[in-house]
Design a protein around this ligand. Structure first.
Ligand SMILES: Nc1ncnc2c1ncn2[C@@H]1O[C@H](COP(=O)(O)OP(=O)(O)OP(=O)(O)O)[C@@H](O)[C@H]1O
Length: 662
């Protein structure tokens, strides 16, 4: 039984329904140690026959038997292994991979053997030495002559230690000197016990073989033996084949990306800008929220909601709107708008309210220092536990009568060194109302004991509750508080208690209106969230643009590398290897873009905070680890999705057509 047997091989091409038979019943037997030349007219079916022997063509009739076993051409996996292990290809146009060095080109094939990395390198060097290219191992194919390229291709074909070498017009593109050198090498390979099958148009070239087959009209017209087959030496230590490792595919993807540096750089740049802006906008939104929190939080303690008397009948109004109505009503009917003992006691009886503090908010007050030297307007308030003491930047909160806390803005006007305002006397003037709701002007001289900074939200002027009551009493104004502060036992109970306070009824009507910090913040957050989503959506657009760039460039890359895909498949790479090759490259670029985007966003955070700090004294960009994770995940998903279709297309390319592409 011969090593390679072809039985009744029929092959036709179809144009529409029209059949073009090319091989019309080929029967052949070939042995190891033979150097078979195939001659024949152009279009006679030589390459078609080679594709069948090489395991590239699966659509034919008949059987191919190798070493006694029928090759199952309906089983792609078996064919992958067959090409990897049994066949070595040499093409007319060399088909070397241009972004790999000559050494790496030979190693490409060796990567599908069971050798270790060092063994692979040693064998690649040995093979390149064998074909006389020892000095050129680190050059790229573009730096070699045609003959040298073909010798690299021969070294690559031999790399996996195959039994059959298929050379399809290996000398077609070479001059006579290089042709001779290549033929000597092929003869040498046959002498080493391999079956060499060479297609040629030249009789002279064919004569180097030990046997010549003439193909004519889809048949073997003549089979001429020139000399006996070379004796097959005992082959020991044969290499075994294995699938390409993930590591190898990653390194190829990386090599190709490096080879196409400019194109890769532009894609990475596009994605980097996308990732950078998504992270930065998310960080900005965090900063804005935490800034609002800080501003509102430092002004008022969330465990102490303010409670006003409710005068609005319209139940659809929000708590904040109802509070405004009550404040308006104060100047027309103070007695009705302020809280009497009945209301204060009822409030104290609400569940979770552990204490009720009377409080005054006196709008349109004026604060005067040095008889008009510094005069400012603002709201004067009684200082209660609801006002955070962290607002005090110098001095202390007002504890007894005759004391005042002024805003830092006024303190700066009083003295260049604002801290020196402590101890100065400030005159306060405001309007309140008597029990008949008639306006009463209240004046008092108070000593500055503290300086407060309310940030962007409010200017802070305040005195003790006792002092307010004393002033009102002395000037004949009503001492009924215009609002109250309820102390809630636990932070967790605040929202529920505020809701319950708003439901309390006196004389059948809603008695109170109160807004928790959450109510106030929710409205603000809704707006900042909206702004954030809009900004993030804009940056997502740049990610999408980079996704489109990835799709386009991967498609272009597949088109450019069609031949390379064909070569890799002919060497035994699986469809999944090809798919991974393209996906991995996109993932590497996406990964680099994510890293660059994260780094840039951090730099952006630093500079934006630096530039904006003097405006608001706050680090307004606050990138959290979650912002980074979110942006990285979105970007990687987009990258994978973008590379999916082109990679699949690459994997599904027909190997023969890919090899035939220009
Ligand atoms: N994919 C295809 N679709 C249709 N016809 C094809 C296809 N590939 C080859 N053929 C036809 O099959 C015939 C045999 O082609 P093949 O390439 O095997 O010939 P060849 O003997 O190698 O020719 P040459 O010596 O010119 O390379 C030709 O007529 C060719 O036009």
């Amino acid at each position: 039984m011969a090593f390679l047997e072809l039985n009744q091989i029929f092959k036709s091409y179809y144009l529409g329904k029209e059949e073009f038979p090319v091989l019309k019943g080929i029967n052949l037997a070939m042995e190891k140690g033979e150097f078979v030349s195939i001659l024949g007219e152009s279009g006679g079916g030589k390459s078609t026959l080679m594709n069948i022997i090489g395991g590239l063509d699966r659509n034919f009739k008949g059987s191919v038997r190798v070493n006694g076993k029928v090759l199952d051409h309906h089983n792609p996996k078996q064919l992958d292994i067959y090409r990897r292990k049994t066949v070595g290809y040499i093409f007319q146009s060399f088909n070397l991979i241009n972004y790999q060095t000559n050494l790496q080109n030979v190693e490409t094939s060796l990567n599908m053997t069971d050798l270790t990395a060092t063994e692979r390198q040693e064998r690649a060097k040995l093979l390149l030495r064998k074909v006389g290219l020892e000095e050129h191992i680190n050059k790229y194919p573009s730096q070699l002559s045609g003959g040298q390229k073909q010798r690299v291709a021969i070294a690559r074909a031999l790399a996996g230690d195959p039994d059959i070498i298929i050379a399809d017009e290996p000398t077609g593109a070479l001059d006579s000197k290089n042709t001779d050198e290549v033929l000597v090498l092929l003869e040498q390979i046959a002498k080493e016990g391999k079956l060499v099958i060479m297609v040629t148009h030249s009789k002279e070239v064919a004569n180097h073989g030990s046997r010549i087959l003439y193909m004519e009209d889809g048949h073997i017209a003549d089979d001429k033996r020139l000399r006996p087959a070379y004796p097959v030496p005992k082959m020991i230590n044969r290499l075994d084949s294995r699938n390409l490792s993930h590591k190898t595919i990653w390194s190829w993807a990386f090599e190709h990306m490096r080879y196409n540096a400019l194109q890769s750089f532009l894609i990475i740049l596009g994605s980097t800008i996308g990732v950078f802006s998504v992270i930065l906008f998310l960080g900005l939104s965090n900063g804005v929220k935490s800034y609002i929190n800080q501003q509102v939080g430092q002004l008022a303690n969330p465990d102490y909601p303010a409670v006003y008397k409710n005068l609005s009948q319209d139940t659809k109004l929000t708590a904040v709107e109802k509070i405004k109505n009550t404040q308006h009503a104060m100047s027309t009917n103070y007695a009705q708008a302020s809280l009497n003992d009945q209301y204060l006691n009822r409030l104290a009886s609400v569940k979770h309210v552990s204490k009720v503090y009377e409080a005054f908010l006196l709008n349109s007050a004026s604060f005067d220092y040095g008889n008009g030297k510094v005069k400012v307007g603002g709201t004067f308030r009684s200082w209660g536990p609801n006002i955070s003491s962290s607002l005090i930047k110098e001095g202390h909160i007002p504890t007894g009568t005759g004391q005042i806390v002024i805003d830092i803005g006024m303190a700066q006007k009083i003295s260049d060194n604002w801290k020196k305002a402590i101890g100065k006397t400030v005159s306060v003037e405001y309007v309140s109302y008597d029990t008949d709701s008639q306006p009463v002007t209240v004046k008092a001289d108070l000593k500055v004991v503290g300086i407060a900074d309310g940030g962007q939200t409010a200017e802070v002027y305040g005195t003790s509750l006792d002092e307010v009551k004393k002033e009102l009493q002395e000037n004949g104004a009503s001492t009924q508080p215009n609002y109250a502060v309820a102390k809630i036992d636990k932070t967790n109970n605040v929202q529920e208690t505020v809701n319950n306070i708003n439901k309390v009824k006196i004389d059948g009507k809603d008695a109170f209106t109160s807004a928790s910090m959450n109510d106030t913040l929710d409205a603000i957050y809704r707006i900042t969230n909206l702004a954030t989503y809009l900004l993030a959506a804009i940056s997502l657009i740049s990610l999408l643009v980079s996704a489109i760039m990835i799709i386009v460039t991967t498609f272009m890359s597949v088109a450019e590398r069609t031949k390379e895909i064909g070569v890799l498949r002919a060497l035994g790479a699986r469809q999944s290897d090809i798919r991974r090759l393209f996906t991995n490259e996109a993932v590497i670029m996406g990964g680099i873009a994510i890293l660059c985007g994260i780094m840039l966003a951090n730099v952006g955070e630093f500079f934006m905070n630096k530039w904006l700090y003097h405006l608001i004294t706050y680090n307004i960009v606050r990138i959290s680890i979650w912002n980074v994770v979110e942006a990285a995940a979105i970007s990687m998903l987009i990258t994978l999705a973008a590379s999916f279709i082109p990679s699949r297309k690459a994997a599904k390319l027909n190997t023969i057509e890919a090899l035939a592409s220009d």
